[in-house]
Design a protein around this ligand. Structure first.
Ligand code: OGA
Ligand code: NI
Length: 327
């Protein structure tokens, strides 16, 4: 039996199988979840367990290296690579997050036109030569989750009453970021201001999170003004709306605060995928059913918005910006 949770669990099998009735039904379920708690689980998501197992395996092996070794792939200005403990501080948080993470994005060559033009966050990944097994396993996961994310957005579109292909042309060269995250056990003397991840909302459109069996993710429920657990549900991804999709829907969808406290005394691993559009895709609420009279947000390029949010939260980027090397 899955654990009791107030976050809806949505069966995604029919959508992945291309069943039109399932797309409409799941679209409505997703719409309900996104306009209320802003979080849901998907099960039967179609990403092969072997792909997930391989990614989990390399995550555990990678973070087991000494920090000096991991720093050989220290995060670069394209936001690719390793972030040590203390590199990320969520806005308003008193202390940096108690986590390490490793980020990858869409693999683009140096001679790609957007890379040549200096488009921020774009380029090749920062793969470790000391661990050749990482690349195929993590990039295999990256691609498999992308395919699930594309189907997820078909259901989101159906739920919003627009063409199910609305998002596809806006994702042709996606800004997807996938991060393996490692949460060491928090020291027992940690005070209430120490989090694995401090309360935050995600920046982009939609997040698909794989988490191990340890638990620690919590979601802010507005209706009751409380934190509710998002416990591990075997075979699931946790999905949530980010700020950019909330903006795209003129705030009909809710980008909900969430946090991680790893009080388990054990190591915790997760893999978060921020499934985000092409850099130049215009996020205009009028294209998702908002009238001119209700419009709260002017159109913004997806990449400009995401870059601004990453620049604000990543300490390493502030240092780079001072040195004048931020792309
Ligand atoms: C994040 C996040 C949750 C987790 O990386 O934005 O909320 O369980 N992660 O790792
Ligand atoms: Ni998050």
């Amino acid at each position: 039996m899955p654990p009791v949770t107030r976050i809806p669990i949505i069966d995604f099998a029919g959508v992945r199988a291309g069943d039109p009735a399932a797309l409409q039904r799941v679209g409505r379920e997703i719409h309900d979840a996104c306009t209320t708690i802003g979080f849901f689980y998907i099960v039967n998501h179609g990403v092969p367990q072997a792909v997930i197992d391989a990614a989990e395996h390399v995550a555990r092996s990678f973070f087991a290296y000494p920090v000096e070794t991991k720093r050989r792939v220290a995060v670069n200005q394209r936001h690719r690579g390793f972030n040590a403990l203390g590199d990320a501080t969520m806005y308003q948080a008193k202390r940096p997050d108690y986590k390490e993470f490793f980020s990858v994005g869409l693999e683009l060559l140096e001679d790609d036109p957007d890379v040549l033009a200096g488009q921020a966050l774009r380029g090749p990944n920062n793969w470790p030569d000391f661990m050749p097994a990482l690349r195929p396993a993590l990039y295999g996961y990256y691609e498999a989750v992308a395919s699930c994310g594309a189907d997820l957005l078909r259901a989101v579109a159906a739920g919003l009453g627009v063409d199910e292909q609305f998002f596809a042309p806006r994702y042709t060269k996606r800004m997807q970021r996938t991060q393996m995250v490692y949460y060491p056990p928090q020291p027992p003397q940690s005070d209430a201001g120490q989090f694995g991840v401090a309360p935050h909302t995600d920046y982009g459109c939609i997040t698909l999170l794989w988490q191990d069996q340890v638990g620690g993710l919590q979601v802010r429920e507005i209706a009751n003004d409380t934190w509710v657990d998002a416990p591990p549900v075997p075979g699931s991804f946790v999905v949530n709306v980010g700020d950019l999709l909330a903006r795209w829907t003129n705030d009909r969808f809710r980008s909900t605060l969430h946090r991680v406290i790893n009080a388990s005394g054990r190591e915790r691993y997760s893999i978060a995928t921020f499934y985000d559009p092409t850099y130049g895709a215009l996020v205009d609420p009028r294209e998702l059913g908002t009238s001119e009279a209700d419009l709260k947000y002017q159109p913004v390029a997806a990449g400009d918005y995401i870059l601004g949010r990453i620049n604000d939260s990543m300490g390493y980027r502030k240092k780079l910006a001072v040195q004048g090397t931020t792309a």
